[in-house]
Design a binder for this molecule. Structure first.
Ligand code: DAH
Length: 345
């Protein structure tokens, strides 16, 4: 009989060890400690034993009963504790502050580009784009700058090397957006009125006023009877809309191989209104673009008869504009992706 009690003890503790939830624990309690449980059956059958054996077995059985009850209580507390912990882990604290939603914004260059395009769109210009990797022909040759032309020195060029490079098929990263003029005129006939925004590249050391990549916007209008007065009217309107209606605008002679005559356009300084300050190098004026009447040679090359048609063209740097507007003194800030700079716009 004593053996039976010992066997029961080791089985009961063994099973209790493996119990992992409250239901299994209750089943275990009923099995071993319940009114019809194994231990009660043993205690009941004590009466049939001789007194000597009854005392020994009875003492051991009662001891076991107490031990099982203590272990049951401990196990129960254990299970309840881990249930609370897993509940806590699963619970959602709705009073915690949420994650802030970061709002994106347009890059300052994009904002100004959109503004410029909107102004010209409202004047009837169409937006077009050209490739950033360009043929030498479009970037120079067709714009009246043959291979030995000194004006090529104005453009520090990034050339693209090909294994099969041949003399008349050389590629480069476009140094300006002017080649888009040629691409447009090759494909369409006057009247033409287009704006071509895009990236351009120069082989240049960077400093506060130079980047090797920046944006330009090119403009082109070709039709019968287009004169320098049309160019002036268009650019006067543009500068006033972009920089303010009381802006003064100055045209002076300049040279670009693809226009004749060529002009340089300046506005009165935004900081000193023409009096002279550091921003405008004491001149009172700030140059914002190059322009001119499309050179007859350029028209001829794309099969537009310069005796019938004429046109004007202009090209401007884009980063210059937010730099003037917001007093940004280093162009490198635009594309170094420092959020402390970018989130200000
Ligand atoms: N492409 C010239 C540059 O990058 C700017 C320019 C000047 C464009 C005169 C024009 C123009 O269309 O007529 O320096």
């Amino acid at each position: 009989m004593l053996n039976q009690v010992e066997e029961l003890a080791s089985k009961a503790f063994d099973e209790l060890d493996r119990v992992s939830d409250v239901n299994a624990l209750e089943a275990w309690r009923i099995r071993y400690l319940g009114r019809k449980g194994t231990l009660i059956r043993i205690l009941r059958s004590l009466l049939t034993l001789p007194p000597e054996e009854r005392r020994v077995v009875g003492a051991r059985a009662n001891e076991l009963k107490k031990a099982l009850e203590t272990s049951l209580a401990a196990k129960k507390a254990d299970l309840e504790q881990s249930a609370v912990i897993s509940l806590q882990r699963e619970s959602l604290d709705v009073t915690l502050p949420g994650h802030p939603v970061l709002l994106g914004r347009l890059h300052p260059t994009t904002q100004v580009l959109e503004e410029i395009c909107d102004i010209f769109k409202s004047m009837g210009f169409q937006i077009v784009e050209g490739p950033e990797v360009e043929w030498e022909y479009y970037n120079f040759e067709a714009l009246n700058m043959p291979a030995d032309h000194p004006a090529r020195d104005m453009f520090a060029t990034l050339w693209v090397d090909f294994e099969t490079e041949s003399a008349d098929k050389t590629m480069l990263l476009r140094t300006h957006t002017s080649p888009v003029q040629i691409r447009v005129m090759e494909k369409s006939r006057p009247p033409i009125r287009v704006i071509a925004p895009g990236r351009v590249f120069r082989y240049e050391a960077t400093d506060a006023t130079h980047e090797w990549m920046f944006y330009q916007v090119e403009g082109l209008a070709v039709d019968k009877n287009i004169t320098l007065a049309d160019l002036k009217g268009t650019l006067f309107e543009f500068t006033r809309r972009l920089f303010g209606s009381d802006r003064k605008c100055r045209f002076r002679c300049d040279y670009f191989p693809f226009v004749e005559p060529g002009v340089e356009v300046a506005i009165d300084c935004l900081a000193c209104r023409g009096a002279g300050c550091r921003l405008c190098g004491n001149s009172g004026w700030i140059e914002i673009l190059g322009a001119g009447m499309v050179h007859p040679e350029v028209l001829r090359r794309v099969d537009i008869d310069p005796d019938i048609y004429s046109g004007f063209a202009f090209g401007m740097g884009v980063e210059r504009i937010p730099m003037l507007r917001y007093g940004i003194d280093d162009i490198r800030l635009f594309y170094s992706n420092d959020l402390r700079f970018l989130t200000q716009f």
